[in-house]
Design a binder for this molecule. Structure first.
Ligand code: EPZ
Length: 426
Protein backbone atom coordinates (compact mmCIF):
# COMPACT_ATOMS: atom_id res chain seq x y z
CA UNK A 1 0.00 0.00 0.00
CA UNK A 2 1.30 3.46 -0.89
CA UNK A 3 2.50 5.88 1.80
CA UNK A 4 -0.02 8.64 1.16
CA UNK A 5 -3.76 8.77 0.66
CA UNK A 6 -6.31 11.36 -0.41
CA UNK A 7 -9.27 12.11 1.87
CA UNK A 8 -12.40 13.41 0.16
CA UNK A 9 -15.55 14.84 1.73
CA UNK A 10 -18.60 14.18 -0.43
CA UNK A 11 -21.67 16.07 -1.55
CA UNK A 12 -19.62 18.87 -3.01
CA UNK A 13 -19.76 20.54 -6.42
CA UNK A 14 -16.94 21.68 -8.72
CA UNK A 15 -16.98 25.03 -10.50
CA UNK A 16 -14.43 27.51 -11.76
CA UNK A 17 -11.40 27.51 -14.03
CA UNK A 18 -8.34 25.27 -13.92
CA UNK A 19 -5.06 25.61 -15.85
CA UNK A 20 -4.14 22.40 -17.64
CA UNK A 21 -0.53 21.21 -17.44
CA UNK A 22 1.61 20.04 -20.34
CA UNK A 23 0.88 16.55 -21.66
CA UNK A 24 2.67 13.75 -19.77
CA UNK A 25 2.35 11.43 -22.78
CA UNK A 26 4.06 13.96 -25.02
CA UNK A 27 6.71 15.44 -22.70
CA UNK A 28 8.16 12.00 -21.91
CA UNK A 29 8.80 11.35 -25.61
CA UNK A 30 10.06 14.89 -26.30
CA UNK A 31 12.66 14.27 -23.58
CA UNK A 32 13.68 11.04 -25.32
CA UNK A 33 13.92 12.85 -28.66
CA UNK A 34 16.46 15.28 -27.17
CA UNK A 35 18.93 12.36 -27.29
CA UNK A 36 19.15 12.99 -31.04
CA UNK A 37 19.97 16.68 -30.56
CA UNK A 38 23.56 16.36 -29.23
CA UNK A 39 23.39 19.63 -27.35
CA UNK A 40 21.15 21.69 -25.05
CA UNK A 41 17.42 21.47 -25.79
CA UNK A 42 14.74 23.28 -23.80
CA UNK A 43 11.32 21.69 -23.38
CA UNK A 44 8.68 24.03 -21.97
CA UNK A 45 5.29 23.39 -20.33
CA UNK A 46 6.54 20.14 -18.78
CA UNK A 47 4.31 18.91 -15.94
CA UNK A 48 5.90 18.49 -12.51
CA UNK A 49 4.99 14.80 -12.02
CA UNK A 50 6.89 11.70 -10.97
CA UNK A 51 7.04 10.10 -14.44
CA UNK A 52 8.97 13.14 -15.68
CA UNK A 53 11.37 12.79 -12.74
CA UNK A 54 11.98 9.14 -13.68
CA UNK A 55 12.63 9.99 -17.33
CA UNK A 56 15.03 12.72 -16.15
CA UNK A 57 16.91 10.05 -14.18
CA UNK A 58 16.99 7.79 -17.25
CA UNK A 59 18.58 10.57 -19.31
CA UNK A 60 21.06 11.41 -16.53
CA UNK A 61 22.05 7.74 -16.35
CA UNK A 62 22.83 7.94 -20.07
CA UNK A 63 25.12 10.90 -19.42
CA UNK A 64 22.83 13.86 -20.06
CA UNK A 65 22.30 16.78 -17.71
CA UNK A 66 18.69 17.65 -16.92
CA UNK A 67 17.67 20.73 -14.95
CA UNK A 68 14.19 22.04 -14.23
CA UNK A 69 13.28 25.73 -13.93
CA UNK A 70 9.59 26.00 -13.09
CA UNK A 71 7.90 24.11 -15.98
CA UNK A 72 10.88 24.14 -18.35
CA UNK A 73 13.47 21.39 -18.65
CA UNK A 74 16.94 22.10 -19.99
CA UNK A 75 18.42 18.86 -21.31
CA UNK A 76 22.04 18.77 -22.49
CA UNK A 77 22.81 15.54 -24.35
CA UNK A 78 26.20 16.68 -25.72
CA UNK A 79 28.06 14.38 -23.36
CA UNK A 80 25.68 11.44 -23.69
CA UNK A 81 28.05 8.46 -23.61
CA UNK A 82 25.89 5.44 -22.85
CA UNK A 83 23.23 3.57 -24.77
CA UNK A 84 22.21 1.31 -21.89
CA UNK A 85 19.30 1.84 -19.49
CA UNK A 86 19.11 -0.27 -16.35
CA UNK A 87 16.22 -2.44 -15.21
CA UNK A 88 15.58 -0.52 -12.01
CA UNK A 89 14.64 2.59 -14.00
CA UNK A 90 12.73 0.93 -16.85
CA UNK A 91 10.78 -1.22 -14.40
CA UNK A 92 9.56 1.93 -12.66
CA UNK A 93 8.10 3.39 -15.83
CA UNK A 94 7.12 1.61 -19.03
CA UNK A 95 7.54 4.81 -21.04
CA UNK A 96 11.32 4.47 -20.58
CA UNK A 97 11.12 2.20 -23.64
CA UNK A 98 10.79 5.47 -25.58
CA UNK A 99 14.57 5.90 -25.42
CA UNK A 100 15.03 2.78 -27.57
CA UNK A 101 14.47 4.50 -30.92
CA UNK A 102 16.58 7.61 -30.29
CA UNK A 103 19.46 5.57 -28.78
CA UNK A 104 19.52 3.41 -31.90
CA UNK A 105 19.37 6.58 -33.98
CA UNK A 106 22.29 8.15 -32.17
CA UNK A 107 24.56 5.16 -31.41
CA UNK A 108 23.39 2.51 -33.88
CA UNK A 109 22.75 0.30 -30.87
CA UNK A 110 20.94 0.21 -27.53
CA UNK A 111 20.54 -1.91 -24.42
CA UNK A 112 17.17 -1.35 -22.74
CA UNK A 113 15.61 -3.48 -20.03
CA UNK A 114 12.44 -5.16 -21.24
CA UNK A 115 9.46 -3.33 -19.70
CA UNK A 116 7.20 -5.43 -17.54
CA UNK A 117 3.45 -5.51 -17.74
CA UNK A 118 1.31 -3.37 -15.51
CA UNK A 119 -2.11 -3.18 -13.94
CA UNK A 120 -3.89 -2.55 -17.26
CA UNK A 121 -2.34 -5.27 -19.35
CA UNK A 122 0.68 -7.10 -20.72
CA UNK A 123 1.95 -3.92 -22.45
CA UNK A 124 3.98 -5.89 -24.99
CA UNK A 125 6.49 -4.25 -27.33
CA UNK A 126 6.33 -6.72 -30.24
CA UNK A 127 5.17 -4.00 -32.64
CA UNK A 128 8.06 -1.77 -31.60
CA UNK A 129 10.48 -4.59 -32.45
CA UNK A 130 8.86 -5.57 -35.77
CA UNK A 131 8.79 -1.95 -36.86
CA UNK A 132 12.42 -1.28 -35.94
CA UNK A 133 13.56 -4.60 -37.51
CA UNK A 134 12.04 -3.33 -40.77
CA UNK A 135 14.51 -0.43 -40.49
CA UNK A 136 17.48 -2.81 -40.17
CA UNK A 137 17.63 -3.27 -36.40
CA UNK A 138 18.53 -6.72 -34.99
CA UNK A 139 17.37 -7.68 -31.49
CA UNK A 140 18.57 -10.16 -28.91
CA UNK A 141 17.32 -10.60 -25.36
CA UNK A 142 19.89 -11.32 -22.70
CA UNK A 143 18.63 -11.91 -19.15
CA UNK A 144 15.74 -9.46 -19.52
CA UNK A 145 17.71 -6.85 -21.42
CA UNK A 146 16.85 -6.02 -25.01
CA UNK A 147 20.02 -5.68 -27.10
CA UNK A 148 19.57 -3.73 -30.33
CA UNK A 149 22.21 -3.52 -33.07
CA UNK A 150 22.22 -2.24 -36.65
CA UNK A 151 24.73 -4.44 -38.52
CA UNK A 152 23.99 -2.76 -41.87
CA UNK A 153 22.97 0.61 -40.44
CA UNK A 154 19.45 2.06 -40.33
CA UNK A 155 17.70 1.81 -43.71
CA UNK A 156 14.39 3.48 -44.61
CA UNK A 157 11.50 1.12 -45.33
CA UNK A 158 7.74 0.97 -45.86
CA UNK A 159 6.23 -0.48 -42.69
CA UNK A 160 2.63 -1.20 -41.74
CA UNK A 161 1.78 -1.41 -38.04
CA UNK A 162 -0.60 -4.22 -37.07
CA UNK A 163 -2.26 -1.80 -34.64
CA UNK A 164 -1.77 1.99 -34.44
CA UNK A 165 0.44 1.66 -31.36
CA UNK A 166 1.45 5.05 -29.90
CA UNK A 167 4.76 3.79 -28.52
CA UNK A 168 5.69 1.79 -31.59
CA UNK A 169 4.97 4.77 -33.86
CA UNK A 170 7.14 7.00 -31.66
CA UNK A 171 10.09 4.63 -31.46
CA UNK A 172 10.04 4.12 -35.23
CA UNK A 173 9.86 7.86 -35.84
CA UNK A 174 12.91 8.53 -33.65
CA UNK A 175 14.98 5.95 -35.51
CA UNK A 176 13.67 6.65 -39.03
CA UNK A 177 14.65 10.35 -38.89
CA UNK A 178 18.32 9.32 -39.28
CA UNK A 179 17.81 6.18 -41.40
CA UNK A 180 19.31 6.10 -44.89
CA UNK A 181 16.48 6.79 -47.35
CA UNK A 182 12.76 7.20 -46.88
CA UNK A 183 10.48 5.47 -44.36
CA UNK A 184 6.70 5.28 -44.55
CA UNK A 185 4.79 4.20 -41.44
CA UNK A 186 1.31 3.02 -42.42
CA UNK A 187 -1.47 2.52 -39.87
CA UNK A 188 0.45 4.95 -37.66
CA UNK A 189 -0.95 6.27 -34.38
CA UNK A 190 -2.70 9.62 -34.87
CA UNK A 191 -2.73 10.96 -31.29
CA UNK A 192 -1.99 14.70 -30.79
CA UNK A 193 1.14 13.61 -28.88
CA UNK A 194 2.44 12.02 -32.10
CA UNK A 195 1.99 15.36 -33.89
CA UNK A 196 3.80 17.13 -31.05
CA UNK A 197 6.76 14.73 -31.36
CA UNK A 198 6.87 15.13 -35.15
CA UNK A 199 6.85 18.91 -34.72
CA UNK A 200 9.78 18.84 -32.29
CA UNK A 201 11.77 16.44 -34.49
CA UNK A 202 11.23 18.77 -37.47
CA UNK A 203 12.34 21.73 -35.34
CA UNK A 204 15.53 19.69 -34.74
CA UNK A 205 16.08 19.31 -38.50
CA UNK A 206 14.21 16.09 -39.27
CA UNK A 207 12.09 15.76 -42.42
CA UNK A 208 8.64 14.35 -41.58
CA UNK A 209 5.33 14.62 -43.45
CA UNK A 210 1.94 13.36 -42.35
CA UNK A 211 2.30 13.43 -38.56
CA UNK A 212 -1.20 12.85 -37.16
CA UNK A 213 -2.40 10.98 -40.23
CA UNK A 214 -2.51 7.23 -40.80
CA UNK A 215 0.57 7.41 -43.01
CA UNK A 216 3.75 9.22 -41.93
CA UNK A 217 6.64 9.73 -44.38
CA UNK A 218 10.12 10.34 -43.03
CA UNK A 219 13.10 11.30 -45.20
CA UNK A 220 16.19 10.29 -43.24
CA UNK A 221 18.94 12.86 -42.66
CA UNK A 222 22.48 12.40 -41.29
CA UNK A 223 22.58 12.45 -37.47
CA UNK A 224 24.86 15.49 -37.52
CA UNK A 225 22.10 17.44 -39.31
CA UNK A 226 19.92 17.18 -36.20
CA UNK A 227 20.35 19.94 -33.63
CA UNK A 228 18.88 20.91 -30.25
CA UNK A 229 15.77 23.08 -30.14
CA UNK A 230 13.32 24.83 -27.82
CA UNK A 231 9.87 23.28 -27.89
CA UNK A 232 6.64 23.81 -25.94
CA UNK A 233 4.67 20.71 -24.95
CA UNK A 234 0.98 20.63 -25.92
CA UNK A 235 -1.68 20.66 -23.18
CA UNK A 236 -2.68 17.40 -21.54
CA UNK A 237 -5.98 16.33 -23.12
CA UNK A 238 -6.48 13.54 -20.59
CA UNK A 239 -6.03 15.84 -17.60
CA UNK A 240 -8.42 18.27 -19.30
CA UNK A 241 -10.95 15.49 -19.95
CA UNK A 242 -10.69 14.42 -16.32
CA UNK A 243 -11.64 17.88 -15.03
CA UNK A 244 -14.39 18.20 -17.66
CA UNK A 245 -15.84 14.93 -16.37
CA UNK A 246 -15.70 16.44 -12.87
CA UNK A 247 -17.65 19.46 -14.09
CA UNK A 248 -20.18 17.24 -15.85
CA UNK A 249 -20.62 15.20 -12.66
CA UNK A 250 -21.68 18.07 -10.44
CA UNK A 251 -23.06 20.53 -13.02
CA UNK A 252 -20.17 22.97 -13.26
CA UNK A 253 -19.49 25.31 -14.92
CA UNK A 254 -15.89 24.08 -15.11
CA UNK A 255 -13.44 25.58 -17.58
CA UNK A 256 -10.18 23.87 -18.53
CA UNK A 257 -7.70 26.42 -19.81
CA UNK A 258 -4.58 25.73 -21.94
CA UNK A 259 -5.92 22.94 -24.12
CA UNK A 260 -6.83 22.75 -27.82
CA UNK A 261 -10.50 21.65 -27.92
CA UNK A 262 -9.77 19.77 -31.13
CA UNK A 263 -7.88 17.16 -29.05
CA UNK A 264 -11.11 16.35 -27.18
CA UNK A 265 -13.70 16.10 -29.97
CA UNK A 266 -14.88 12.58 -29.10
CA UNK A 267 -15.01 13.24 -25.35
CA UNK A 268 -16.93 16.49 -26.00
CA UNK A 269 -19.33 14.62 -28.28
CA UNK A 270 -20.03 12.13 -25.49
CA UNK A 271 -20.43 14.87 -22.85
CA UNK A 272 -23.08 16.52 -25.06
CA UNK A 273 -24.82 13.16 -25.59
CA UNK A 274 -24.93 12.73 -21.79
CA UNK A 275 -26.73 16.05 -21.32
CA UNK A 276 -23.94 18.63 -20.98
CA UNK A 277 -23.56 22.02 -22.63
CA UNK A 278 -20.07 22.76 -23.99
CA UNK A 279 -18.47 26.08 -24.92
CA UNK A 280 -15.06 26.16 -26.63
CA UNK A 281 -12.46 28.81 -27.44
CA UNK A 282 -9.00 28.57 -29.03
CA UNK A 283 -7.43 27.22 -25.85
CA UNK A 284 -10.24 26.38 -23.43
CA UNK A 285 -13.36 24.24 -22.98
CA UNK A 286 -16.22 24.94 -20.57
CA UNK A 287 -18.70 22.27 -19.46
CA UNK A 288 -22.07 22.99 -17.79
CA UNK A 289 -24.91 20.61 -17.03
CA UNK A 290 -28.42 21.66 -16.01
CA UNK A 291 -30.25 18.56 -17.24
CA UNK A 292 -30.13 15.00 -15.82
CA UNK A 293 -27.14 12.90 -16.89
CA UNK A 294 -28.11 10.59 -19.74
CA UNK A 295 -26.55 7.15 -20.42
CA UNK A 296 -24.15 6.71 -23.33
CA UNK A 297 -22.47 3.77 -25.10
CA UNK A 298 -18.70 4.25 -25.34
CA UNK A 299 -16.09 2.33 -27.37
CA UNK A 300 -12.48 3.14 -26.50
CA UNK A 301 -10.37 3.27 -29.67
CA UNK A 302 -7.11 4.75 -30.96
CA UNK A 303 -7.33 8.51 -31.66
CA UNK A 304 -9.54 10.07 -32.94
CA UNK A 305 -11.74 7.44 -31.26
CA UNK A 306 -12.73 7.73 -27.61
CA UNK A 307 -9.55 7.75 -25.47
CA UNK A 308 -9.02 4.72 -23.22
CA UNK A 309 -7.43 7.10 -20.68
CA UNK A 310 -10.86 8.69 -20.11
CA UNK A 311 -12.72 5.39 -19.80
CA UNK A 312 -12.81 5.30 -15.99
CA UNK A 313 -13.89 8.95 -15.70
CA UNK A 314 -16.83 8.35 -18.07
CA UNK A 315 -17.76 5.09 -16.35
CA UNK A 316 -18.25 7.23 -13.25
CA UNK A 317 -20.53 9.58 -15.21
CA UNK A 318 -22.49 6.57 -16.48
CA UNK A 319 -22.98 5.36 -12.89
CA UNK A 320 -24.97 8.51 -12.12
CA UNK A 321 -26.81 8.66 -15.48
CA UNK A 322 -30.50 7.78 -15.69
CA UNK A 323 -30.34 4.53 -17.63
CA UNK A 324 -27.94 1.82 -18.74
CA UNK A 325 -24.64 2.48 -20.53
CA UNK A 326 -22.32 -0.01 -22.23
CA UNK A 327 -18.61 0.79 -22.12
CA UNK A 328 -16.34 -1.33 -24.31
CA UNK A 329 -12.57 -1.27 -23.72
CA UNK A 330 -10.88 -2.10 -27.02
CA UNK A 331 -7.34 -0.86 -26.36
CA UNK A 332 -6.16 -2.61 -23.17
CA UNK A 333 -7.02 -6.13 -22.13
CA UNK A 334 -7.50 -5.44 -18.43
CA UNK A 335 -8.70 -1.93 -17.73
CA UNK A 336 -11.87 -2.47 -15.70
CA UNK A 337 -10.32 -2.74 -12.22
CA UNK A 338 -11.75 0.72 -11.56
CA UNK A 339 -15.24 -0.79 -11.81
CA UNK A 340 -14.64 -3.07 -8.82
CA UNK A 341 -13.51 -0.11 -6.70
CA UNK A 342 -16.51 1.94 -7.82
CA UNK A 343 -18.82 -0.94 -6.90
CA UNK A 344 -17.51 -0.70 -3.35
CA UNK A 345 -19.06 2.81 -3.38
CA UNK A 346 -22.42 1.53 -4.62
CA UNK A 347 -22.09 1.44 -8.40
CA UNK A 348 -24.02 -1.28 -10.26
CA UNK A 349 -21.73 -2.58 -13.03
CA UNK A 350 -21.61 -5.96 -14.76
CA UNK A 351 -18.37 -6.88 -16.55
CA UNK A 352 -18.72 -9.18 -19.55
CA UNK A 353 -15.36 -9.68 -21.27
CA UNK A 354 -14.42 -6.27 -22.74
CA UNK A 355 -17.82 -4.76 -21.94
CA UNK A 356 -18.92 -2.97 -18.77
CA UNK A 357 -22.72 -2.74 -18.47
CA UNK A 358 -23.33 0.22 -16.16
CA UNK A 359 -26.78 0.43 -14.56
CA UNK A 360 -27.09 4.12 -13.74
CA UNK A 361 -29.20 6.12 -11.32
CA UNK A 362 -27.09 5.03 -8.36
CA UNK A 363 -26.17 7.13 -5.34
CA UNK A 364 -22.56 6.61 -4.35
CA UNK A 365 -21.42 6.22 -0.76
CA UNK A 366 -17.99 7.21 0.43
CA UNK A 367 -15.67 4.26 1.14
CA UNK A 368 -11.96 3.34 1.39
CA UNK A 369 -10.80 2.53 -2.16
CA UNK A 370 -7.51 1.90 -3.95
CA UNK A 371 -6.07 3.58 -7.02
CA UNK A 372 -5.25 0.77 -9.47
CA UNK A 373 -3.83 3.00 -12.22
CA UNK A 374 -3.43 6.73 -12.56
CA UNK A 375 -6.66 7.33 -14.48
CA UNK A 376 -8.72 5.09 -12.18
CA UNK A 377 -7.24 6.89 -9.18
CA UNK A 378 -8.15 10.30 -10.57
CA UNK A 379 -11.69 9.07 -11.24
CA UNK A 380 -12.02 7.68 -7.71
CA UNK A 381 -11.28 11.11 -6.27
CA UNK A 382 -14.06 12.54 -8.45
CA UNK A 383 -16.35 9.74 -7.22
CA UNK A 384 -15.60 10.77 -3.63
CA UNK A 385 -16.59 14.36 -4.41
CA UNK A 386 -20.12 13.33 -5.46
CA UNK A 387 -20.51 10.48 -2.95
CA UNK A 388 -22.28 10.70 0.41
CA UNK A 389 -19.84 10.79 3.29
CA UNK A 390 -16.06 10.43 3.27
CA UNK A 391 -13.83 8.55 0.80
CA UNK A 392 -10.17 7.64 1.27
CA UNK A 393 -8.19 6.82 -1.85
CA UNK A 394 -5.05 4.76 -1.20
CA UNK A 395 -2.00 4.22 -3.43
CA UNK A 396 -2.09 7.80 -4.64
CA UNK A 397 1.43 7.50 -6.02
CA UNK A 398 -0.30 6.31 -9.18
CA UNK A 399 -2.12 9.65 -9.44
CA UNK A 400 1.09 11.59 -8.83
CA UNK A 401 2.62 9.89 -11.89
CA UNK A 402 0.37 11.83 -14.25
CA UNK A 403 -1.45 14.67 -12.47
CA UNK A 404 0.40 17.75 -11.20
CA UNK A 405 -1.13 19.07 -7.97
CA UNK A 406 -4.40 17.18 -8.52
CA UNK A 407 -5.60 17.94 -4.96
CA UNK A 408 -4.72 21.65 -5.27
CA UNK A 409 -6.49 22.00 -8.60
CA UNK A 410 -9.62 20.26 -7.28
CA UNK A 411 -9.60 22.45 -4.15
CA UNK A 412 -9.46 25.53 -6.39
CA UNK A 413 -12.70 24.26 -7.96
CA UNK A 414 -14.38 23.91 -4.55
CA UNK A 415 -13.63 20.32 -3.60
CA UNK A 416 -12.97 19.36 0.01
CA UNK A 417 -9.98 17.09 -0.60
CA UNK A 418 -6.67 16.73 1.21
CA UNK A 419 -3.62 14.47 1.25
CA UNK A 420 -2.89 12.42 4.35
CA UNK A 421 -0.36 9.91 5.57
CA UNK A 422 -2.06 6.55 5.09
CA UNK A 423 -1.09 4.59 8.21
CA UNK A 424 -3.57 1.77 8.01
CA UNK A 425 -6.19 0.71 5.50
CA UNK A 426 -9.63 1.12 7.14
C1 EPZ B 1 0.37 5.22 -24.61
O1 EPZ B 1 0.74 3.94 -24.14
C2 EPZ B 1 0.04 6.04 -23.36
N1 EPZ B 1 1.22 6.10 -22.50
C3 EPZ B 1 -1.12 5.39 -22.60
O2 EPZ B 1 -1.45 6.25 -21.51
C4 EPZ B 1 -2.33 5.31 -23.53
O3 EPZ B 1 -3.38 4.66 -22.86
C5 EPZ B 1 -1.95 4.53 -24.80
O4 EPZ B 1 -0.81 5.16 -25.43
C6 EPZ B 1 -3.08 4.46 -25.80
O5 EPZ B 1 -3.47 5.75 -26.15
C7 EPZ B 1 2.23 6.95 -22.81
O6 EPZ B 1 2.22 7.62 -23.83
C8 EPZ B 1 3.38 6.98 -21.84
P1 EPZ B 1 0.03 1.59 -27.31
P2 EPZ B 1 1.41 2.87 -25.16
O7 EPZ B 1 1.38 1.17 -27.75
O8 EPZ B 1 2.31 3.57 -26.11
C9 EPZ B 1 -0.76 -3.13 -27.23
C10 EPZ B 1 -1.86 6.85 -19.28
O9 EPZ B 1 -2.82 6.61 -18.55
N2 EPZ B 1 0.58 -3.22 -27.82
O10 EPZ B 1 -0.82 2.39 -28.24
O11 EPZ B 1 1.95 1.76 -24.36
C11 EPZ B 1 -0.71 -2.63 -25.81
O12 EPZ B 1 -0.49 -3.70 -24.92
C12 EPZ B 1 -1.27 5.75 -20.16
O13 EPZ B 1 -1.31 7.98 -19.40
C13 EPZ B 1 1.05 -4.46 -28.22
O14 EPZ B 1 0.38 -5.48 -28.08
O15 EPZ B 1 0.10 2.38 -25.94
C14 EPZ B 1 -2.07 -2.02 -25.63
O16 EPZ B 1 -2.99 -3.05 -25.33
C15 EPZ B 1 -1.95 4.41 -19.92
N3 EPZ B 1 2.31 -4.54 -28.76
C16 EPZ B 1 -2.38 -1.44 -27.01
O17 EPZ B 1 -1.52 -2.14 -27.93
C17 EPZ B 1 3.09 -3.42 -28.92
O18 EPZ B 1 4.23 -3.54 -29.44
C18 EPZ B 1 -2.11 0.05 -27.13
O19 EPZ B 1 -0.76 0.26 -26.83
C19 EPZ B 1 2.59 -2.18 -28.51
C20 EPZ B 1 1.33 -2.09 -27.96
Amino acid sequence: MGKESILVRGNRTLSGEVKISGAKNSALKLMAASILGQGESIIQNVPDISDIAIMSDVLRRLGATVTRTDHSLTIDTQELDSYSTPYELVSRMRASISVLGPLIGRFGQAKVAMPGGCQIGARKIDMHLVGLEALGVSFDVDHGTLIATTPEGLKGSQVMLEFPSVGATENMLMAAVVAEGTTVIDNAAREPEIVDLCNMLCEMGAKIDGGGSVSIEIEGVPLEDLHPCTHTTIGDRIEAGTFLAGGALTGGPVTVQGIDPDYLRMAIMKLKAMGCDIACGDDYVTVTRSRPLMPADIQTLPHPGFPTDLQAQFMLLATLAEGTSVITENVFENRFMFASELMRMGADIAIEDHHAIVHGGQTLQGAPVSSTDLRAGAALVLAGIVAEGYTTIYDVEHIDRGYEDYVGKLRSLGADVSRAESNVRA
